[in-house]
Design a protein around this ligand. Structure first.
Ligand SMILES: O=P(O)(O)OC(CO)CO
Ligand SMILES: [Mg+2]
Length: 345
């Protein structure tokens, strides 16, 4: 049985039993220095000291203490290293001509760099964490399923802002979210042309280049900046709803409407506090998985565009600094429902 499955099984045990196991483990199963552990990932001693926190899954919170190991830190460290490497590939590719292809329509773009970066990330993760699952933008475009299960799952957008990348418009991100039990566990968004590494761990806060992030404290939407995108659908009904929403929000009036051209960076702007809220209909789970954790860990809220609970597969999102701003925004949005990411083909 692999490491994570062993832990998932442990998580289904009552807290008291689980805690007993941890106590027994701590006194009997420690690896010798430099030796491998049969239960915990590499660098367990160091990572446990640095980031001790509860085991995975909400059921596992009870009975856990700072002495329990943080099993996902190793994966997160790997994600950060991969995002940095991917960023180098993106920056190098900007020096050359970029061959542009299309996917669902003539404005839904993809390049060989998107595909190369996704392969780089997925191959490396498969070698290091062979039991983990993936949802990757270009893999799904190539026909793989887009289903979120309880398994540890890497949700990868190799280039968020492909249109920006094609035009060298300077906001391009590598976005890696990691979920366990369908709950985001860590997030890495690397804004590669700004060299900004955004990271978040569930329950541990959000950071940019190591500095803590905090959403804006502004609760008056008339004093706010809102970000959104027009998306790649040119369906007249969708375009009509997008413009109606934009008009309503602009005329509240808000201080301004912005859009970086990437959902991930738009959400990092909310987490950073320079934008009060971001909303969009038509995005995909790989665009917003990592950003959603960055926003919530920076103190923000996530919501559906109709005001219900956010659903990362629904292709609809509101990410705001506060419930007040999110609900005010919802009251102005003309919503529609694109085909879900996890819809059966
Ligand atoms: O550039 P991508 O990955 O297609 O994403 C777009 C939205 O789908 C910008 O967030
Ligand atoms: Mg994207």
């Amino acid at each position: 049985m692999d490491v994570e499955n062993a832990v998932l099984e442990l998580c289904s045990l009552p807290a008291q039993v689980l805690w007993s196991f941890v106590c027994v483990y701590r006194t009997t199963c420690r690896s010798p220095p430099g030796g491998g552990s049969t239960l915990l990932l590499d660098n367990e001693e160091e990572e446990t000291r640095k980031y001790a926190e509860p085991l995975i899954g909400s059921d596992c919170r009870q009975g856990s203490t700072s002495e329990m190991a943080d099993l996902w830190q190793n994966a997160m460290d790997h994600a950060v290293a991969l995002a940095r490497r991917a960023g180098e590939v993106v920056r190098e590719a900007l020096q050359d001509d970029r061959k542009v292809m299309t996917k669902s329509c003539s404005v839904d773009l993809v390049t060989q760099t998107d595909q190369k970066v996704e392969q780089l990330i997925i191959q490396s993760v498969k070698e290091k964490f062979p039991t983990h699952s993936f949802i990757g933008e270009e893999s799904v475009a190539a026909g793989e399923a887009c289903v979120l299960t309880d398994c540890p799952t890497w949700i990868v957008d190799p280039i968020d802002g492909t249109t920006n990348f094609v035009h060298a418009f300077p906001f391009v991100a590598v976005s890696i979210g990691f979920s366990v039990n369908r709950q985001m566990e860590f997030a890495v968004v690397y804004s590669c042309l700004e060299d900004k590494m955004y990271t978040a761990r569930r329950g541990k806060g959000a950071f940019c280049n190591g500095e803590p992030l905090q959403v804006s404290g502004q609760e008056d939407i008339k004093q706010s900046i809102i970000s959104t995108e027009f998306g790649s659908s040119r369906d007249p009904e969708a375009v009509e709803k997008i413009f109606l929403s934009l008009r309503s929000i602009l005329c509240i009036p808000v201080h301004g409407v912005r859009g970086a051209g990437t959902a991930a960076i738009n959400m990092c702007h909310v987490a950073s506090g320079c934008v009060e809220a971001y909303y969009e209909v038509g995005i995909h789970v790989w665009d917003v998985a990592a950003g959603s954790l960055l926003v919530s860990e920076a103190g923000g809220v996530l919501m559906d565009v109709d005001g219900g609970a956010a659903d990362l597969m629904s292709r609809r999102i509101v990410a705001a600094n506060s419930r007040t701003i999110a609900e005010r925004l919802v009251s102005e949005i003309h919503s529609f429902s694109p085909l879900r990411d996890d819809a059966t083909p």
